[in-house]
Design a binder for this molecule. Structure first.
Ligand SMILES: NC(=O)c1ccc[n+]([C@@H]2O[C@H](COP(=O)([O-])OP(=O)(O)OC[C@H]3O[C@@H](n4cnc5c(N)ncnc54)[C@H](OP(=O)(O)O)[C@@H]3O)[C@@H](O)[C@H]2O)c1
Length: 300
């Protein structure tokens, strides 16, 4: 099976390559290429179509994205091109030339106001540019590949792995550098380890190889629920236990109003993953235990 992976240099992309099952002929791409990766700029829509036409992958796993949530407020054109138009370009090429698309998406397509976990079939209502751009990518997959069943959107949240840029690694650094931290406690969701998320993505791909029909939208996060404050405290405790820190900072809960950011974030964006876990026949690992595995896997 031939698979085109985008965002191969990102945190999920790297976990996907590490966890790749046998029997996959991988064409891995990043914005600039190098290190065995093909160059593919997701803002270049012709190039996105062309690579599908040229290589005819069985799957495009689109893990590349414009993920800078705050910066996106100042660069809406680029965020929409990468997160909305690129999946549309892949979907158009797949519609004509065959194959399937696994499109990664986010809890930020929801407004976070309902106060209970979001099901896969609920309406999108993003608050900021990043969420809106990812929502437009979802819409393209649904519109062009929904009827044929060739497109799957996999939404996840608060992605954290042992490499790359993420909240857990930032908190680890801040615990080392500071005595005290103020971390937002009124945004609630769930962390997702790249290690578990990669396994979920590969399960989507391999289940389809086994002829299983997949729903158009899936949700995948680790188990449980947390605020950013909870995750920050857990990073300190787990890192101390693992010998990654000699001293953890005191973490104080603060409100979103005390930490203004260019992009408004949803207050409660927990994804209901029950149905998807059943479809994929995967059990959730609690986020704290998954976070421990992430911290343990940080390269020296
Ligand atoms: N991170 C999260 O908390 C989170 C939460 C929910 C959903 N997701 C989704 O999960 C997926 C994986 O995210 P991640 O956490 O692995 O993000 P990441 O570490 O930021 O990786 C994204 C990759 O996309 C690449 N990229 C950005 N613009 C590009 C362009 N124009 N052309 C080619 N590549 C480009 C980035 O390359 P550069 O480094 O060169 O920019 C980066 O390597 C994304 O679809 C994201 O929207 C992430």
């Amino acid at each position: 099976m031939k698979l085109l992976l985008t965002g191969a240099a990102g945190q999920l992309g790297r976990a996907l390559i590490d966890k790749m099952p046998p029997g996959v002929e991988l064409l891995a791409s990043s914005r600039h290429g190098g290190d065995g990766l093909v160059a593919l700029d997701l803002a270049d829509l012709k190039a996105c179509q062309q690579i599908v036409v040229e290589h005819r992958p069985d799957w495009v796993l689109n893990a590349g994205a414009y993920t800078a949530v705050d910066k996106a407020e100042a660069e809406p054109g680029l965020a929409h091109a990468v997160n909305g138009s690129a999946p549309r370009a892949f979907a158009e090429a797949i519609q004509t030339h065959g194959g399937r698309l696994l499109q990664l998406s986010t809890d930020f397509v929801f407004n976070g106001e309902q106060g209970s976990p979001y099901r896969v079939d609920q309406s999108r209502d993003p608050l900021g540019v990043y969420g809106a751009s990812k929502a437009s990518g979802e819409e393209a997959v649904e519109e062009l590949l929904g009827a044929s069943g060739q497109g799957v959107v996999l939404r996840t949240s608060w992605v954290m792995g042992p490499v790359g840029k993420n909240f857990a690694l930032t908190m680890l650094r801040l615990h080392r550098e500071r005595e005290e931290l103020g971390v937002v406690a009124d945004q609630v969701g769930c962390p997702s380890s790249t290690l578990n998320l990669a396994m979920a993505c590969w399960t989507v791909i391999t289940s389809s190889r086994e002829g299983m029909e997949l729903p158009p939208v899936l949700h995948w996060c680790d188990g449980g629920v947390a605020s950013w404050y909870d995750v920050s405290v857990a990073v300190g405790e787990l890192a101390l236990d693992l010998g990654l820190l000699e001293h953890a900072a005191t973490v104080n809960p603060i409100s979103s109003a005390d930490y203004p950011t260019p992009a408004t974030r949803p207050g409660y964006s927990l994804l209901d993953c029950q149905a998807s876990r059943q479809v994929l026949q995967l059990e959730a690992q609690h986020w704290r235990s998954a976070l421990r595995d992430v911290l343990k896997s940080i390269p020296n």
